[in-house]
Design a protein around this ligand. Structure first.
Ligand code: NAD
Length: 367
């Protein structure tokens, strides 16, 4: 296979994408390794089992790195896990001149990025995303953090990785359900910024897509362009939050109530349904595009049923959103596919209505 490498800049961090990405890391470490007081690799149990040996094969010098392995899953993106990571960093003798390598999906890059950013007031970290969602979104742009009482990303800092290395072969072991989770974020990228990308994405059912690299590159281009305009989310970067405010409410609700909680992307897909409905109600989205978006989501994702008795709790969770202003929920909405508008203040009654309509859309898809 010919070696290829795409190169982006996201908020000042280089992002390398392609099957030569880990060679690029090897060259970087060859030059800079001596400057470092130790390298530490953070992984979760799955990425340690599935991805670590592949990484060592491509970058043999990392076999000497100290390893920290934590349990997998969003329910471990907590202060308790962070404390364990800080303890292990101390045991490894890490200091401000050490390097943390986050090998995993968005849970690992969010938590590891945050842990590194405050350890000794900040040590360098790089991200090697292993999930689709990590490759197109979570590993780049500088948002790091953890959840508190299942409330998403309540604690965190903006802190950019020194570099990101996206090596698509890691996806070979990623379970289908987790690919779908990344696909939801790709749908969001397309819906806010690129009508043609949306059409390419939905041309095939997600389950039959095998060549992800071109989609990854297109999705990163969208993220890079938006983040580079507004790295600290004062304006345009909020566009990337489409589907996330109500999606996070579903995710929190599910983390609290389900034995097998929704993935981040499944929750975002549900949030996209609600926020698409609100876009139709409040931002001029046509009924035809509303129905097309909802149809595509319901075609690809499981029809998750929430009891109507859960809607009060979902509304209450939404009220905790970081972006709320004066009792109203601030949403990004879409006017049409590929064209979004941030900072729309939405009344609580419409938020509640969208959760009810969500249950109707799911029911009618089953008829
Ligand atoms: N910081 C940001 O800008 C940003 C953006 C979007 C999402 N996020 C965060 O990202 C997280 C979701 O990311 P995610 O979907 O990657 O979740 P994740 O990191 O929990 O990974 C999902 C599952 O896939 C497993 N996995 C990952 N790579 C694998 C591989 N190659 N082979 C086998 N198993 C593998 C993991 O162990 C885990 O069980 C959420 O916490 C979300 O809030 C952050």
């Amino acid at each position: 296979m010919a070696k290829n490498l795409n190169n982006f800049n996201v908020a000042g961090s280089p992002v390398y994408v392609g099957n030569a990405a880990l060679q690029e890391l090897e060259s970087h470490l060859r030059i800079h390794y001596a400057e470092k007081d130790g390298i530490i690799i953070l992984a979760d149990e799955n990425t340690y089992n599935q991805c670590y040996s592949l990484l060592i094969k491509e970058v043999p010098r990392l076999a000497r790195a100290y390893k920290i392995v934590i349990p997998a899953g969003e329910s471990y993106k907590t202060l308790e896990s962070c404390e364990k990571v800080w303890n292990q960093l101390a045991v490894a003798g890490a200091n401000r001149r050490s390097l943390l390598i986050n090998l995993g999906g968005g849970m690992i890059s969010d938590l590891g990025g945050f842990a590194a950013s405050v350890f000794h007031r900040g040590m360098e970290f790089i991200n090697i995303p292993t999930s689709l969602l990590g490759m197109i979104d979570a590993s780049m742009g500088g948002k790091t953090g953890i959840d508190l009482y299942s409330l998403k990303n309540i604690i965190g800092v903006f802190s950019n990785p020194a570099a990101v290395y996206v090596w698509p072969q890691f996806l070979n072991t990623l379970p289908l359900r987790q690919r779908l989770s990344g696909y939801a974020e790709m749908m969001k990228h397309a819906l806010i910024a690129d009508y043609n990308f949306w059409n390419r994405l939905i041309a095939l059912p997600m389950a039959v897509i095998s060549d992800w690299e071109n989609f990854i590159v297109e999705a990163i281009q969208i993220k890079a362009e938006i983040v580079n305009r507004d790295p600290f989310e004062k304006g345009d970067r909020m566009l990337l939050n489409f589907g996330h405010t109500l999606g996070h409410a579903f995710e929190t609700w599910s983390l609290r109530n389900d034995d097998n909680p929704l993935t981040h992307g499944e929750a975002i897909a549900m949030g996209i349904i609600c926020e698409t409905y609100i876009s139709y109600r409040s931002a001029g989205l046509s009924m035809a595009e509303r129905d097309e978006i909802i149809k595509q989501i319901l075609l690809n994702f499981n029809h998750y049923k929430i009891p109507t008795s859960a809607i009060d709790e979902l509304v209450e969770i939404t009220n905790y959103d970081k972006k709320n202003q004066k009792g109203r929920t601030m949403l990004t909405l879409i006017r049409n596919i590929g064209n979004a508008i941030a900072g729309q203040a939405i009344e609580p009654a419409i938020i509640r209505e969208s959760f009810f309509r969500f249950t109707d859309f799911v029911k009618s898809a089953e008829l």
